[in-house]
Write a protein that binds this ligand. Structure first.
Ligand SMILES: Nc1ncnc2c1ncn2[C@@H]1O[C@H](COP(=O)(O)OP(=O)(O)OP(=O)(O)O)[C@@H](O)[C@H]1O
Ligand SMILES: [Mg+2]
Length: 254
């Protein structure tokens, strides 16, 4: 299989607390990979390590044949990212904010309009970022990630705070990206029901450990084998997490 991102036993420890525990991910080129887990599971921490924003305690990763840590800078050039709530210059317009990123990346002037159009913000490009609604800020963050049309997109809960029609729209946009410009998407969420409509593959994280990795079809088979309805994967996901939480408590008592 042609994996564009692989992590090898990636681990992040804060003092005695292990936020990411020996996580080995396999992300296929051109796929949308849904990274799922409840609050505090370690999704953002894993993504931050891939982006060089926090250093792994142990383990390593490879992105597009470039190995961390030796090829750190080259890796960054491959990735467009949206991590948690992106911040902007409040007193600049959406367009001006994107223009700053565009200049840093050395892209042509029309890249900003393209990105605004892609996320449905063309109409509001000249409004100050501080006057954007939450959903508009999310879209601006996504536009920033897409600016350089990077081969890999890392999106940390990009639909957070969007209304249902906004979620639908952004989901369709993300779904179209691999075909639109041949990229690979790693996207995190709390909800399987949201991710299953766009992802090809799924990784489920809980307490820093990877509980499941595979295609959506694998997950449906896994659901059936575990006695869950394959058309309601959310129930199985929640029960998988509950079971793991119970195991963790039992381990702690021993
Ligand atoms: N700088 C830090 N120092 C100590 N602990 C941290 C630090 N950053 C994150 N953590 C802890 O690591 C764990 C994983 O956090 P992380 O933000 O990766 O979770 P997440 O899966 O993204 O959760 P959410 O869905 O709430 O965004 C949490 O328990 C968090 O408190
Ligand atoms: Mg997070």
């Amino acid at each position: 299989m042609n994996n564009i991102v692989t992590t090898d036993r990636l681990t992040k420890q804060y003092k005695s607390f292990i936020a990411v525990n020996n996580v080995s991910l396999h992300i296929r080129k051109g796929s949308i990979y849904g990274f799922l887990g409840p609050n505090g599971a370690g999704k953002s921490t894993t993504m931050k390590m891939l982006l060089g924003l926090t250093a792994p305690t142990s383990g390593s990763f490879t992105i597009d044949a470039k190995q961390f840590p030796a090829d750190r800078i080259a890796i960054l050039k491959e990735i467009g990212s949206f991590i948690e709530s992106p911040s902007f210059y409040a007193n600049l317009t959406g367009r001006e904010n994107l223009d700053i990123i565009r200049r840093i990346l050395g892209l042509p002037g029309n890249a900003v309009d393209d990105a605004l159009e892609l996320v449905g913000l063309s109409e509001f490009g000249d409004r100050l970022a501080k006057k954007y609604s939450l959903g508009m800020k999310q879209r601006l963050g996504l536009a920033g990630a897409l600016l350089g049309r990077p081969p890999i997109l890392i999106l940390d809960e990009p639909t957070n705070g969007l209304d249902p029609s906004g979620i639908h729209e952004i989901r369709n946009l993300i779904k179209s990206l691999p075909h639109l410009y041949d990229c690979t998407v790693l996207i995190s969420s709390h909800m399987l029901s949201e991710i299953e409509l766009m992802a090809d593959d799924i990784g489920i994280l809980n307490h820093g450990r990877l509980l499941f990795e595979g295609s959506l079809d694998d997950l449906r088979l896994h659901a059936l084998a575990s006695g869950f309805a394959a058309d309601n994967l959310e129930d199985m996901f929640l029960s998988m997490i509950e079971k793991d939480n119970l195991n963790k408590k039992q381990r702690a008592r021993l």
